[in-house]
Design a protein around this ligand. Structure first.
Ligand SMILES: [Zn+2]
Length: 291
């Protein structure tokens, strides 16, 4: 059963089933989950172990896994899985900000529990392991990696950008982030193709079953188009400070979603579940539009 079939079969209960998955995840990754949830840091040993288990999990799922960089906190992993050229290519990225642990754990849970068929995949589960170890947004040199894809001053962004340039341009880019100021879930969209407000609403409806949607009309200096939805132009807010999503837009990736969960307002398991619900809804939308 493919992922999209699974989503359809579960129907409205899908988001709720993610809560059960997250409970399971908490047992599977107990140590790293506990320290991230309570202290917002991960011990080096636990983090290395977790990255080792992620590599194993990716390989079990028939991904080709590369180390983009070796850091004191473990490797920066990049994984690809091409099964059928007729399937769309989805690129999933997370952990570029070290104080945002829900994304990497959501990817772990996705790999453990969902059949990935129906899509080809690129996955970078944790782009800033040293930041996660310290519980900081930036890398240890103080560089915000998600503003560094034009200048590429950090070795992390350099290695990652070079890897992305070796890959096919994905059909869909999904990046998982967190926002310590937000109360609810929201997301950015960059679309080089036709805009689809209905799609945005359905993604938000799926997440709302897990956690409320952000109600602010201005989020991080961006006016929402509708509650929870920032429709962003494919240019950076500051010309020399490219986030990864702008780098992908420059590579002509036609559609990108940056999902944001509230890192202080919601418990970790809810944030993981919200990311998973959003990912599932985005994939389902992508497929439904092309049937
Ligand atoms: Zn972030």
């Amino acid at each position: 059963m493919g992922l999209a079939d699974g989503i359809r079969r579960h129907g409205g209960t899908f988001a709720r089933s993610f809560l059960a998955i997250s409970a399971c995840l908490a047992r599977l990754s107990a140590r790293v989950f506990f320290t991230m949830a309570n202290q917002n840091v991960a011990e080096i040993g636990d983090l290395k172990q977790w990255l080792g288990s992620m590599r194993g999990l990716l390989e079990e799922n028939h991904f080709h896994v590369e180390n983009l960089l070796i850091t004191e906190a473990g490797p920066v992993l990049a994984a690809s899985r091409f099964v059928d050229p007729a399937w769309p290519l989805v690129y999933l990225s997370s952990g570029i900000h070290g104080d945002e642990p829900a994304g990497p754990l959501a990817i772990e849970s996705l790999l453990r529990h969902l059949d990935l068929d129906g899509f080809n995949w690129l996955i970078c589960p944790l782009l800033n392991p040293l930041g996660l170890h310290r519980g900081i947004r930036e890398n240890p040199q103080g560089i915000d990696l998600n503003r560094d894809y034009r200048r590429q001053q950090s070795r992390e962004a350099r290695a990652h950008a070079a890897w992305l340039e070796r890959q096919l341009v994905p059909d869909l880019f999904v990046s998982l982030h967190e926002d310590w100021e937000a109360q609810g879930f929201y997301f950015y969209e960059i679309a080089l193709e036709e805009d689809r407000p209905e799609r945005a609403r359905r993604i938000l409806d799926s997440v709302a079953a897990v956690w409320p949607i952000e109600q602010e009309e201005c989020i991080d200096d961006h006016q929402v188009r509708e509650r929870g939805w920032i429709f962003h132009e494919p240019q950076a807010d500051f010309p020399d400070e490219w986030p990864e999503a702008i780098f992908m837009a420059e590579r002509r990736c036609p559609l990108s979603f940056t999902f944001e969960t509230p890192s202080r307002a919601a418990p970790l398991e809810k944030r993981i579940a919200a990311h998973q619900a959003a990912i599932a809804a985005a994939l389902l939308e992508w497929q439904a539009e092309r049937l």
